[in-house]
Ligand binder design. Sequence first.
Ligand SMILES: *[C@@H]1O[C@H](CO)[C@@H](O)[C@H](O)[C@H]1NC(C)=O
Ligand SMILES: *[C@@H]1O[C@H](CO)[C@@H](O)[C@H](O)[C@H]1NC(C)=O
Ligand SMILES: *[C@@H]1O[C@H](CO)[C@@H](O)[C@H](O)[C@H]1NC(C)=O
Ligand SMILES: *[C@@H]1O[C@H](CO)[C@@H](O)[C@H](O)[C@H]1NC(C)=O
Ligand SMILES: *[C@@H]1O[C@H](CO)[C@@H](O)[C@H](O)[C@H]1NC(C)=O
Ligand SMILES: *[C@@H]1O[C@H](CO)[C@@H](O)[C@H](O)[C@H]1NC(C)=O
Length: 500
Amino acid sequence: MGAAVRLLLVLPLMAAVALCGHTVSGRTHFHKKPPPRGGGGGRHRGSGGSKDGSVVSTPAVPPADEGNGTGPTPLMPPTPPAGSIVPSDPATPPAAPADAEPCVFDVRAYGAAGDGGTDDTQAFRDAWRAACASDSAVLLVPADGTFTVTATTFAGPCKPGLVFQVDGVLMPPDGPDCWPASDNRRQWLVFSNLDGMTLRGAGTIEGNGEEWWNLPCKPHRGPNGSTLRGPCDSPTLVRFFMSRNLAVEGLGVENSPEFHFRFDGCSDVRVDGLYISSPANSPNTDGIHVENTQRVAIYNSRISNGDDCISIGTGSYDVDIQNVTCGPGHGISIGSLGVHNSQACVSNVTVRNAVIRNSDNGLRIKTWQGGMGAVSGITFDTVTMDNVRNCIIVDQYYCLDKRCMNQSTAVHVTDVSYANVRGSYDTRSAPIHFACSDTVPCTNITMAEVELLPFSGELVDDPFCWSAYGVQQTPTIPPINCLQEGLPEGLLDSPDLKCR
Ligand SMILES: *[C@@H]1O[C@H](CO)[C@@H](O)[C@H](O)[C@H]1NC(C)=O
Ligand SMILES: *[C@@H]1O[C@H](CO)[C@@H](O)[C@H](O)[C@H]1NC(C)=O
Ligand SMILES: *[C@@H]1O[C@H](CO)[C@@H](O)[C@H](O)[C@H]1NC(C)=O
Ligand SMILES: *[C@@H]1O[C@H](CO)[C@@H](O)[C@H](O)[C@H]1NC(C)=O
Ligand SMILES: *[C@@H]1O[C@H](CO)[C@@H](O)[C@H](O)[C@H]1NC(C)=O
Ligand SMILES: *[C@@H]1O[C@H](CO)[C@@H](O)[C@H](O)[C@H]1NC(C)=O
């Protein structure tokens, strides 16, 4: 009987669809992890996948390690026996009612080759279409394959409980020369218009970014280290757009041509246990970018790259970042905000239990001159710095070409607290730098237990501090004596500075 089912399954498509019917034995079903895992964490990879990286093992009960996250997960899950794209244990009966169990849509059953070379895009699209139409479906990228797909939008709305599970390797074509001319060059995988979707797995999304980084239009990649002008579009690896109730768990994501993740127009997002890695000199490879997105949790992740570890753009509220290790890279950044005199609003962002190492910045807020709106309610609590330039920086004169004029408006930076920020700085820059706007000073900056020492070399004793108001609850190391008490006059009542 097991053999019969297996036979059925190798018939592509039809079999996969058939197996989701309630009349068929539930042995291709497996139990989905409940989306938010309480704590557990750890920064190892693969915490979102089943323990052995194989979802096809038909557990009758949820995986035993669920929730406690013990034990490292191997970098690549063990390869299941050849041909075992379907469950092979005929003895396990389904334990729960069929409607509580997801159907598995293995991309191989839709014709994907997974041999690293074949274009498997159509198989992914077909598998998506089928999974999207089914309750609690799992689109499975199996562990024993390397799948290449071209730029694809996986659009909803879909039935609830959809899981996109990457246990193998998933990658785009290798570099701009292989990018199909008709494909969008600014994004690769796009998930849009979804409600209640999980992207997870014990596998890897490999961005093949190197040739994009070396385009001569990238910073200092042109002839003789110059940068050539010109369009320099490169794809964001994974983009979530206009979606809500999202979870992204446990994946390794590496070598993105540009941003690794971008959340835009989303709400209720939970990122947990990601491992993001690109070289320190890869341009514009932000780890996780959040914009116009509310209620975001980013937990237990490790990010090294060539740009911001996490960047938070306008329209982002209620962002909770915990247990994140950054570096090398450019640190955790709010902004840049207010470009081209725009209004920008970011509020209620917490960064707690972070480690930032070998980075060009630590905790940064950057705004352009001439903007409007506010950055408010920002808490940095318990952050360890390890050889970081500009550990704490507010830059309201952000400008890419150094020719920006001072303007009379700015995005107001207010209610920012730095508590228990310790470690070492790279002495090429002052460890604390508050460059606030002349016309719209920073207000209510609170510092407590900020202690930063040189990683090597001499103390930099002159933190930069301009137009900043606030309090030191404990003496800061290095000492700063520029925070002004109280509030500046007048201007802060301007309606331009109000957000929600
Ligand atoms: C952060 O890590 C600690 C220690 O490992 C863990 O107890 C806590 O649950 C983690 N926080 C989150 C939000 O996962
Ligand atoms: C984690 O779960 C495994 C399997 O149930 C169990 O053996 C182990 O003791 C648990 N560890 C913790 C810390 O709860
Ligand atoms: C690069 O530098 C070399 C040596 O300075 C020079 O001969 C060459 O013309 C430069 N190439 C360009 C494109 O500027
Ligand atoms: C701030 O955001 C957190 C989630 O990160 C939320 O629990 C809290 O209620 C928010 N606070 C306010 C004042 O909105
Ligand atoms: C802008 O204002 C700052 C602070 O007053 C000053 O240091 C800087 O030189 C000014 N820049 C220009 C271009 O005027
Ligand atoms: C100053 O900011 C803190 C948060 O960092 C906030 O709790 C407090 O209410 C603010 N104080 C004033 C006077 O707005």
